[in-house]
Design a protein around this ligand. Structure first.
Ligand code: NOJ
Length: 763
């Protein structure tokens, strides 16, 4: 029998060549994944192992002839040698199939590629930008939105998204504020968790389904705290801040089972995140036991040379791999330097084996070994991408993301008939900007504009005038966005339209490429001449509904003071216009709440609700020596958690089940919420705590619970919260979790600044 098997194996060797016979062993689907990985690793040369750790960006028309010359030819050759483990930005079944074919048909070991893509808020059918989605506080909706993105991406050949971004930030100058969930680690953790489940499915087994993709939590870590909001800048912060504000959302995604992490461009306390063993080895892979893999950010391994942390390419390579960066995105360094470093004894092969095991694990879990073309089904691609169901899904998410910031004179909702409405602002007729800047797969100008959507309400008389352009020239993802229009020739026509109207709707804000990566700004006012346009229109008709379209908090002190109705309409994706029109006309009652504070002016930045108290928080002595600004109030324009509704909610009967608790006892908090207005509505009930005194100072408020409640007109519901040690403790400067006795103040309310208060003591 044994002889026969040997003979069979030998025959296989002759027929298929050496490589094929060897690789068969790990293809036994009955064996556990870990064993299959071990079998495969045993067969791999050092070059092939390092190849798995190498990721290239899409580079040539993969469906055409082989490229000649330059980096494209190099990448192509490496791919054929089995020196590439992953590619990014290749998209569409045709393209993905072409690169996968090279990997699984031309290389010795036939290891499939994992195909990454920035599916940040949708693939082709776009959801709102993540910051906007966070304003919904609706975890089920956010999960569904990620699932739609996964559905479309996977139908297009992609099996790995570089999302979610869980960077907490309180700096609106930073362009990437649009990409995270805002300023709060508790809300950010819940949303990060929901997004992982949306992309990957509820259980680990779901990852093997054809409509789920691996997620990637990024950017590890502290990228949201780049100094002065300047992109790619350095970060210096206390350990206490790191453990309590930055890391919790990352940990939440590990608990949700995220399969990959991306590190970050920034330094943290002098060490680039990419070369940071404390972050990647001690915390992520050590303390949190993360068993997926870490990809570098784009060229961030090489950038350690510019940071002044690595002396040359070899040094950068060694530092990155030793620190726990498993895959090199586009630095071209692992593939060039790692084999030699191992041979010279400067990097242990065990580290390479560990990285490769992690990468292969995810490929096995996705089912790529069993069918490398499983995401390459043209029929499914046609059916799923841009489907009616996906458009309905993103519309639902878009409506839930809108925040009503002001509504005086009952200007909203708009009456549906007999009204003359002037719609003003270039953004009202912009089908591109609502797509935001992360929309690589979406076609330009595919969003529903506000103008198109408002035209559907035919019983009113609608006049559109742009007033002024936003930009003086066309902007793209790759070019600097210039917005220095000075042309006011459209003002007069806009003023005439406003004069003749009952209500003016003005859509103002940022162009789609004015936020996002590399889009830092030092001025948070309405860009260009929009403020001037707003004030000119106000002079002829003050009945203005201002709809903001923006990827970051803006400073709108004049509008907040003078304009009667303000709607935060963000960049809401493909269905943006429909969502906004439905809210303006009252077909949808807004319930969003800000996930980030809106400053009064840029000088207040960073501004956030969960700050520490100073030693002089109030002017008790009625003299100048207290913590304040001379020229502006120190409170934000709109606080974290703020958002109105067309109806009214009353809070009563805040109760805590006892006044004193022993450690580990559960604290039950309840409150009655009544819809006392004229519309059915939804309210986000928020619970905040304040630990009065601790061994390390605690924020003056911390969100520790929230509930979304639907209330019919006149209805009352009792909302319950449970607090445990998980909510009451904090991390010290060494990362130890402490729960200390003392008095805790509680606030249950409708934003971070207003609510009912009570307290209890923990013994
Ligand atoms: C750089 C960005 O920082 C990161 O978020 C993104 O995923 C990669 N580029 C790949 O496009």
């Amino acid at each position: 029998m044994k002889k026969q098997i040997r003979k069979y194996a030998f025959l296989l060797l002759i027929v298929f060549g050496n490589g094929y016979a060897q690789t068969k062993k790990h293809m036994d689907t009955k064996k556990p994944i870990e064993e299959r990985i071990s079998l495969l690793i045993k067969e791999m040369t050092l070059e092939e192992k390092v190849g798995q750790m190498n990721q290239y960006n899409g580079f040539w028309d993969v469906t055409g002839p082989a490229p000649k010359g330059g980096s494209a030819e190099l990448k192509y050759e490496h791919l054929r040698k089995g020196w590439v483990g992953s590619m990014l930005t290749v998209r569409g079944v045709k393209e993905v199939r072409a690169v996968q074919k090279i990997a699984v048909e031309e290389t010795r070991l036939r290891i499939p590629l994992i195909i990454g893509f920035d599916v940040i808020h949708g693939y082709k059918t776009l959801s709102p930008i993540p910051l906007a989605e966070a304003a919904s506080w609706d975890l089920e909706a956010i999960k569904k939105s990620a699932a739609i993105a996964a559905d479309e991406a996977s139908a297009s050949g992609i099996n790995w998204t570089f999302a979610p971004n869980v960077d907490i930030t309180n700096d609106a100058r930073w362009g990437r504020v649009m990409e995270g969930a805002g300023e709060d680690p508790y809300l950010g953790s819940k949303i990060g968790y929901a997004r992982i489940k949306g992309f990957q499915g509820e259980t680990m087994a779901d990852l093997a389904k054809v409509n789920t993709i691996a997620a990637c939590t990024k950017h590890f870590a502290a990228y949201g705290y780049v100094e002065a909001g300047l992109e790619y800048n350095s970060v210096d912060m206390s350990n206490s801040k790191l453990y309590n504000s930055v890391l919790p959302p990352f940990e939440a995604t590990v608990q949700a089972g995220v399969r990959t992490f991306m590190n970050s461009f920034n330094t943290l306390n002098g060490i680039p995140a990419t070369g940071n063993a404390f972050l990647q080895r001690d915390i992520l892979k050590g303390k949190w036991k993360f068993d997926g893999f870490v990809v570098s950010d784009y060229a961030s391994i090489r950038e350690m040379i510019a940071h002044g942390y690595a002396k040359d390419e070899a040094d950068a390579t060694a530092k990155a791999v030793i620190a726990g960066s498993d895959m090199d995105m586009e630095s071209y360094l692992y593939v060039a330097k790692l084999v030699t470093l191992v041979k010279e004894g400067k990097v242990k092969e065990a580290l390479i084996d560990d990285a490769v095991r992690r990468i292969l694990r995810v490929k096995f879990e996705l089912g790529l070994f069993d069918d490398p073309y499983r995401y390459c089904d043209e029929k499914r691609e046609k059916e799923v991408v841009g489907s009616k169901a996906n458009n309905d899904g993103v519309l639902d998410m878009a409506k839930k993301s809108i925040v009503l910031l002001k509504n005086e004179k009952n200007l909203l909702p708009l009456k549906k008939s007999g009204q003359k409405i002037a719609l003003i602002g270039a953004l009202a007729n912009d089908k591109n900007s609502p797509l935001g800047s992360w929309r690589i797969a979406a076609d330009d100008n595919t969003a529903v504009s506000v103008l198109e959507a408002m035209q559907q309400y035919k019983d009113n008389q609608l006049t559109f005038e742009k007033g002024a352009d936003l930009l003086s020239q066309k902007a793209t993802f790759l070019t600097e966005t210039i917005f220095n229009t000075t042309d006011k020739s459209g003002f007069e026509a806009a003023k005439t339209a406003a004069k003749n109207a009952d209500v003016v709707v003005m859509v103002l804000g940022e162009y789609g490429f004015q936020s996002g990566e590399a889009r830092s700004r030092t001025d948070l006012n309405l860009p260009g001449i929009q403020q001037e346009l707003l004030e000119e229109i106000y002079k002829v008709n003050p009945n203005i509904v201002l709809v903001l379209n923006n990827g970051r908090p803006l400073t709108i002190p004049w509008a907040a003071q003078n304009i009667p109705a303000i709607v935060e309409g963000w960049q809401l994706g493909t269905q943006a216009g429909n969502a906004i029109a439905q809210v303006l006309y009252g077909d949808y009652n807004p319930s969003g709440k800000l996930p980030i504070s809106f400053p009064r002016n840029v000088g207040q930045v960073p501004i956030y609700y969960n700050k520490y108290s100073t030693g002089r928080p109030i002017d008790s002595d009625k003299n100048v020596f207290w913590s304040h600004y001379m020229d502006v109030e120190k409170t934000p324009q709109f606080p974290f958690g703020f958002g109105l509704s067309y109806t009214k909610f009353d809070y009563k009967n805040l109760k805590i089940n006892k006044t004193t608790f022993a450690k580990r006892e559960k604290i039950e908090v309840s409150v009655d919420v009544t819809n006392s207005g004229n519309y059915d509505g939804k309210e986000v009930v928020q619970l905040y705590i304040h630990d009065e005194f601790a061994s390390i100072v605690r924020p003056i408020k911390e969100l520790k619970g929230f509930e979304l409640v639907n209330l019919k007109k006149g209805e009352t519901k009792t909302v319950h919260f449970t607090l445990t040690e998980r909510e009451l403790g904090f991390y010290d400067n060494n990362g130890n979790y402490l729960v200390e006795p003392g008095v805790f103040n509680i606030m249950v309310g409708w934003n971070s600044n207003e609510g009912l208060t009570s307290k209890f003591e923990l013994k």
